[in-house]
Design a protein. Structure first.
Length: 617
C-alpha cells in the first residue's frame, strides 16, 4: 500500500514539515475523540449515581474533581466535555486542512513531473503511445492518486490511531468485555482482504477502458474535418459505442464489488453491536458493570466500528489509487532513449556542415535506412526526394537527434552529434514541417515561440520577411489575434508563413524543411516560397520536397528509395538520367525555371546573413 507513495517521496520531501504537523494534529484529534466518552461516565456514575458505590477516585483525579459535590462534579464533567470537543474540532479541522493541502501540493508536483518527463521522452516512445492514454495518465490518474494520498493521510492515519487507542483502553479497563467487543474485527478485516485484490483488478480494468475512450475521443476530434468530409461519423460513433460499452461493463463490475462490500461491512458491525449490548446489559443488570462504563463501551463501540467501516470502504479508493500510481510510475520509470553521452560538450556556434556517414537506422528488428551517405556544405541547399515511405522524414529526423542512428554517425561541422549536448545542438537547427503546429496564444506568441525572449523588433522583422505581415494587416487585432487550437482558424499558407517567421527568429545555421509547400494552392505556395527563400539565405538547408518549385532550387538532390540513396545530382542531371527521379509525379515534363534573386533589405534586429532571395515561381 505504501510502496507507491514511497516512490513519490521526492515530491513529498519539500512538504515534510507540513506533513508532520498535519499528522500531529490528527493524532491530537484522535486522542480527544477517545477522551470524549469519559465525562459522560462521570455524569452517569458519579452525578446520577444511585447505587451507593463510592466515586471512582482514579477517574475523578484525572478531572481534578475529588471531594466535589454533585453539582460541582457536573460542572467539571460538562466543562471537560466542552474542552475535549473544542480541541477535537480544532485539531480535526486544522489537521484535515493541512493534510489535504499537502496532498494537493504533492499531486500538483507529481503532475508537473509527469508532464515534464513525457516531454523529455524520445519520439520512439511517443510513436508507440496513444495520445488519449497519456492525457488520461496526466489528468485522471493523478486525480485518483491525489484522492488516495489525501485519504491515507486524512482517513487512514486517524482511523488506525483511533482503533489502536480504543482497543488499548478497552483492554485495560475490562479485558474480557473488550475481547467481546473486538470479536468481529478479524471477520471484518478478512472481508476486506478478500475483496481488496478483486477491487484492484476491477479498478485496473476500468482505468484501461478510460484510456481507450480518451484515445478514441482524441483521435476523432483531432481529425474532425477529415471525418466529416468523408461522412465517417457513423463509423466513429460505432467504435466509440463499443469502447463505451466495454468501459461500462468494467465499471459495473467495480460497482458490484463496491456495492457488496459496504452492506457486508454494515452487517458485520451490527452483529458486533448486538453481541456487546446482549452481554453488556446482562452485566449491568447483575451489577458487575456500571451503566456509565457500558455507555463508554457503547460510545467506543461506535468509535471502533466507524473506523473499521471507513477502512473497509477505503479499499476501493486505495486500490484505484494504486492502479493509477502504477500507471504514473510506468511513465516516470521510462528513461529517455536520447540522452547526452557522458562527457558530451556544448556545441559551438555551427557553420552548418552536415554529414551522414554510413548511416543505418531501424527499430523492432526492421531496418529502415541502409548505409546512407549524404553531405551538406555550409550555405548549401540539399533536397531529398523519393516515393512515399522511402525514409525521407527519418533521414532528417536523425540530424537533430529525434532518433539515434543504429549504425554510422551524423556529423555537424565534423563532430559526431552524439558527442555534443543535445539541447545545444537543437538550438542551432530549425525545422519547418509539412503541417506546421501552432499553439494556443496570439500570432505574435507563435512567432516568438521560436527563440528565448526575442525582442519585439526581432519578431516583427521576422514576420515581415516571412510575409506574415501581408495577412496580419487585414486582421482587426493584428499580431494580437488569438490563434485557435492547432491553428485551424488560419489557412495552410498562413500557418506555414508563421512557421517560417518562427524559424527566422531562431536564426539557426541549419534549416530542415519537410515538404513545407505540400497541399498549398499556387498563390499560397508563392508567398511561402518567398519566405522560404529568405529563410534559406546563408544557411545550410536540407529539404524534403516533391514540388519542382522547391526541388529546382536545390544545389544537390538525393533520391531515396526503400531506405537507400539510389540517385544523386542536380535537377537537370537527374531528369536527363531518366531514372527514378524522372518518373516521380510531375517531374518529367515540367519546365526548368531558373532561380531569380532580388535585393532584400536587412531586417531590423536580425543577423544579415545575406541580401538575396528567390522570388519563387
Amino acid at each position: 500500500m505504501f510502496i507507491p507513495l514511497w516512490r513519490f517521496r521526492h515530491s513529498m520531501a519539500p512538504r515534510a514539515w507540513a506533513l508532520t504537523g498535519g499528522v500531529g494534529l490528527v493524532i491530537l484529534a484522535a486522542v480527544m475523540q477517545v477522551a470524549l466518552p469519559w465525562p459522560l461516565k462521570v455524569v452517569v456514575d458519579n452525578v446520577l449515581q444511585s447505587s451507593g458505590k463510592p466515586p471512582e477516585n482514579a477517574l475523578l483525579r484525572v478531572f481534578g474533581a475529588e471531594g466535589m459535590d454533585r453539582l460541582q462534579l457536573l460542572t467539571v464533567a460538562l466543562a471537560g466535555l466542552l474542552v475535549f470537543t473544542l480541541i477535537y474540532a480544532g485539531a480535526s479541522y486544522l489537521g484535515s486542512r493541512l493534510l489535504n493541502g499537502v496532498g494537493e501540493r504533492i499531486t500538483a508536483s507529481i503532475r508537473v513531473d509527469v508532464f515534464a518527463h513525457l516531454q523529455r521522452l524520445s519520439l520512439s516512445f511517443h510513436d508507440k503511445q496513444r495520445l488519449g492514454d497519456l492525457v488520461t495518465r496526466t489528468t485522471t490518474d493523478v486525480d485518483y492518486l491525489r484522492t488516495m494520498i489525501i485519504s491515507m493521510m486524512a482517513v487512514l492515519v486517524p482511523n488506525v490511531l483511533i482503533l489502536g487507542f480504543i482497543a488499548t483502553i478497552c483492554l485495560v479497563v475490562d479485558p474480557a468485555f473488550a475481547l467481546i467487543a473486538l470479536a468481529v474485527a478479524p471477520l471484518l478485516f478478512a472481508t476486506v482482504l478478500v475483496y481488496r485484490p478483486r477491487v484492484k483488478s476491477a479498478s485496473r480494468a476500468a482505468r484501461s477502458k478510460d484510456s481507450d475512450i480518451a484515445s478514441a475521443m482524441t483521435e476523432t476530434f483531432s481529425s474532425v474535418r477529415a471525418m466529416q468530409s468523408s461522412t465517417s461519423e457513423g463509423r466513429h460513433e460505432a467504435d466509440f459505442r463499443d469502447r463505451n460499452i466495454a468501459r461500462m461493463n468494467a465499471g459495473l463490475r467495480l460497482v458490484r464489488l463496491q456495492s457488496a462490500l459496504s452492506p457486508l461491512v454494515d452487517v458485520i458491525v451490527v452483529l458486533g453491536t448486538v453481541l456487546v449490548l446482549w452481554v453488556g446489559v446482562g452485566r449491568v443488570l447483575d451489577g458487575t458493570m456500571t451503566l456509565g462504563l457500558l455507555l463508554v463501551f457503547l460510545a467506543y463501540l461506535k468509535a471502533l466500528y466507524d473506523p473499521m467501516k471507513e477502512l473497509a470502504k477505503l479499499t476501493t479508493v486505495i486500490s484505484r489509487g494504486q492502479v493509477s500510481a502504477e500507471r504514473l510510475l510506468e511513465i516516470l520509470s521510462t528513461a529517455p532513449a536520447i540522452v547526452d553521452r557522458p562527457g558530451a560538450r556544448p556545441a559551438p556556434r555551427l557553420k552548418g556542415a552536415v554529414e551522414l556517414r554510413e548511416v543505418s537506422f531501424g527499430y523492432a528488428g526492421s531496418e529502415i535506412l541502409h548505409a546512407i551517405n549524404l553531405r551538406v556544405e555550409p550555405g548549401q541547399m540539399v533536397a531529398i526526394a523519393g516515393p512515399t515511405g522511402a525514409g525521407k522524414s527519418t533521414v532528417v529526423s536523425l540530424i537533430p537527434r529525434l532518433y539515434d542512428v543504429t549504425h554510422g554517425s551524423v556529423l555537424l561541422d565534423g563532430i559526431d552529434v552524439r558527442d555534443l549536448q543535445l539541447a545545444t545542438v537543437r538550438k542551432q537547427i530549425s525545422m519547418v514541417l509539412q503541417d506546421s503546429i501552432l499553439f494556443r496564444g496570439t500570432i505574435y506568441d507563435n512567432i516568438a515561440y521560436g527563440a528565448d525572449h526575442p525582442t519585439r523588433e526581432q519578431v516583427l522583422a521576422a514576420a515581415e520577411v516571412a510575409n506574415v505581415d501581408e495577412f496580419v494587416r487585414t486582421l482587426p487585432l493584428g499580431y494580437d489575434t488569438p490563434v485557435a487550437e492547432r491553428g485551424v482558424s488560419l489557412s495552410g499558407g498562413q500557418r506555414q508563413r508563421i512557421a517560417i517567421a518562427r524559424a527566422l527568429v531562431r536564426d539557426t545555421p541549419i534549416v530542415i524543411l519537410d515538404e513545407p509547400t505540400s497541399g498549398l494552392d499556387a498563390i499560397s505556395e508563392q508567398y511561402v516560397m518567398r519566405g522560404l527563400d529568405r529563410l534559406m539565405i546563408g544557411r545550410s538547408v536540407i529539404v524534403i520536397a516533391h514540388r519542382l518549385s522547391t526541388l529546382r532550387r536545390a544545389d544537390v538532390i538525393h533520391v531515396l528509395d526503400h531506405g537507400r540513396i539510389v540517385e544523386t545530382g542536380s535537377h537537370r542531371e537527374l531528369v536527363a538520367a531518366n531514372g527514378l527521379y524522372s518518373r516521380l509525379d510531375g517531374i518529367q515534363h515540367a519546365p526548368d525555371i531558373p532561380r531569380l534573386v532580388k535585393p532584400l533589405p536587412t531586417a531590423v534586429g536580425m543577423t544579415p546573413l545575406s541580401t538575396e532571395f528567390g522570388t519563387g515561381p
